[in-house]
Design a binder for this molecule. Structure first.
Ligand code: ADP
Ligand code: MG
Length: 572
């Protein structure tokens, strides 16, 4: 600490470049402060710092991080505690640009594996950012001292030692995370694809907020008696809620009665949520993929022939490519690409689907005969999919009763509460005089795997590597942008950051070699992450990797599939 103070006093009021001398490691007694990277000017991305406390001083009991669920939860908890105390201790902006700001990437409503904190048997380490203060480009030494020697030790003291944290709250955070992973793991043996605990709060505060609607305004979830299931979690014990069985499930009901909100909760049930989220016991199988229409997207040699054939002018749909997909072709490609990554549960909402992809009623079948209609609607494939691959589906469908014929379970939402109407739906279908015919007799063809060609994935622009993630839905990749706005199960900007570096990592490791399939490549990367941690995807060796949160394989594939320069071969 003395050394740090000395350097700061010698560089005070000098030009910003002199800050570079701060790079290094400083012993603060209870912890070491590492200044990994010093920003070039007060507007550049902030400097990267780490605080490390040895376990001899931090004293987190091994059982708090003894398996991957607990480790992720504890690291998440410490990151959030660090953020909470920095909000209290850090005085904030002092000078030009980002001067005086301290920040950490601590996540939203989900508990994700991330790189902002590492806990192991030896130490606890928090990785964070600081804007080293200056007026213009003149170093403000006093402010720098105040941040590094005043505020940071206080933040560390309040958040990185077991004794300074609220033990009850910390244990709850860990237990709830472990429960969620456990329940997700037993869904399949219970023949379920999703589970929603009674009492869950599904609606969110607003269209731009992911926090729960206040309990006074929300109708708490309650399972209909028929689907009520009780599961046993390691910490919460017996919990009762709605179990959605495998197969084909329909969510119907009037507009504004909570259909999309229910589907959204199911879609997000692939992630663990923090206590008080309202959805902490909404659990969905890992293999669930939201499927939507995505007009204008690029498609590279995807075999969409199970859904689309006989296009005008004989355009091939076995190796279908386009730089400008329609609603229905994009939705078909989204399904096939998800199946390529072994999706086990497809989620569709009429709000975000192409109507002609979902339904074609009996009158339209008479008007436009099959040989004039390239699209085989999803309704005629959904059973096929379940029989051949065991892939379940759930659809929100308030506008057509056609799916009654093939649904195993029909859930009706009425004033935000579900009931089961499967039998009534079947009766109504029987009473219908003029029924539609099923448009296919063949089974679903097997899924063609594809091999990305590394030469088509170019991170350079004008001789310089240019790859940068922006927010939740954009990656600048070389000369092109990858648009992820239709990839709805990305929930954290740090996942997008990780996805862009995973693509670079796969190139660097030569996993993309023109022989491996897309799924092989992604499997290899995730195997490395499992073995060496999420830090591994970073190309920086002498500074902390910054802000990554673990994405799923589906979303990594989705990003690669949306790269507009991508070229692939179909695997034999
Ligand atoms: P639908 O898809 O049936 O048209 P939505 O799911 O979009 O309906 O919900 C309509 C509105 O009702 C949204 O503003 C949503 O936040 C709200 N909402 C949904 N579920 C609940 C609930 N359980 N309690 C209170 N409000 C809810
Ligand atoms: Mg809706």
């Amino acid at each position: 600490m003395k050394t740090l103070k000395k350097i700061i006093s010698t560089i005070d009021h000098k030009g910003y470049k002199a800050y570079k001398q701060l790079k290094g490691r400083y012993d603060f007694g209870d912890f070491t402060l590492h200044i990994d990277h010093v920003q070039g000017d007060p507007f550049a991305s902030p400097s990267r710092l780490r605080a490390r406390v040895m376990q001899t001083k931090a004293v987190f009991a091994p059982e708090l991080f003894s398996n991957s669920s607990r480790k992720t939860a504890l690291e998440d908890y410490i990151s959030r505690a660090f953020e909470k105390s920095l909000k209290k201790e850090c005085r904030g902006n002092r000078g030009t640009g980002k001067s005086g700001l301290i920040s950490i990437d601590s996540g939203g409503q989900e508990i994700l594996q991330r790189t902002s904190c590492v806990v192991n048997f030896d130490f606890v380490e928090v990785r964070f950012y600081a804007g080293l203060p200056a007026r213009g480009r003149t170093i403000l030494g006093n402010y720098c001292l105040e941040m590094l020697a005043g505020e940071i030790p206080k933040i560390v003291a309040a958040s990185m030692f077991c004794r300074s944290l609220d033990e009850k709250e910390m244990k709850k955070h860990i237990q709830i995370c472990e429960d969620q992973d456990y329940l997700r793991g037993i869904l399949e043996e219970n023949n379920l694809v999703s589970f929603i605990k009674n009492g869950s709060i599904l609606p969110r505060r607003s269209g731009i907020s992911d926090s729960p609607l206040p309990e006074s305004e929300a109708v708490a979830f309650k399972s209909p008696p028929r689907l009520e299931t009780t599961l046993k979690a390691p910490h919460a014990g017996k919990i009762t809620g709605m179990g959605i069985p495998r197969g084909i499930t329909l969510i119907i009901g009037g507009g504004f009665h909570g259909k999309t909100t229910l589907l959204k909760a199911i879609e997000r049930g692939i992630y663990n949520h923090i206590p008080s989220d309202g959805r902490e016991y909404c659990i969905t199988v890992d293999s669930a993929v939201k499927i939507r229409a995505e007009e204008g997207r690029n498609i590279q040699k995807v075999n969409i022939s199970p859904f689309i054939s006989n296009l005008p002018f004989g355009k091939d749909t076995v190796k279908f490519f386009t730089a400008n997909a329609s609603g229905s072709t994009s939705q078909a490609a989204n399904i096939i690409e998800a199946l390529e990554c072994r999706a086990g549960f497809l989620l569709l909402d009429e709000d975000t689907s192409a109507t002609n992809f979902l339904i074609r009623d009996e009158i339209m079948q008479k008007m436009v005969p099959k040989d004039k209609e390239p699209i085989t609607p999803f309704i005629d494939r959904v059973k096929n999919l379940y029989r051949k691959f065991g892939t379940s589906s759930i659809l929100v469908m308030g506008g057509s009763g056609d799916y009654f014929e093939i649904a195993d379970t029909v859930i009706m939402m009425d004033c935000y509460l579900p009931s089961i109407v499967t039998e009534k739906a079947a009766e109504l279908i029987k009473e219908r005089k003029d029924t539609r015919y099923t448009e296919v007799s063949d089974s679903f063809s097997s899924i063609t795997r594809r091999i990305p060609l590394p030469s088509s994935i170019n991170p350079f622009r004008g001789g310089r590597k240019k790859v940068k993630s922006r927010g939740l839905d954009n990656i600048i990749f070389g000369s092109y942008n990858i648009d992820l706005s239709a990839v709805e199960q990305i929930v954290d900007p740090s996942q997008v950051n990780a996805i862009s570096d995973i693509i670079l990592y796969a190139l660097r490791k030569k996993y993309m070699d023109g022989k491996n399939t897309l799924t092989d490549i992604i499997d290899m990367v995730f195997e490395d992450i499992g073995k060496y941690g999420l830090d591994i995807i970073s190309d920086f060796k002498d500074q902390h990797p910054g802000s990554y949160a673990l994405p799923r394989k589906f979303e990594v594939a989705a990003a690669i599939n949306r790269l507009r320069t991508l070229k692939v071969l179909q695997a034999p």
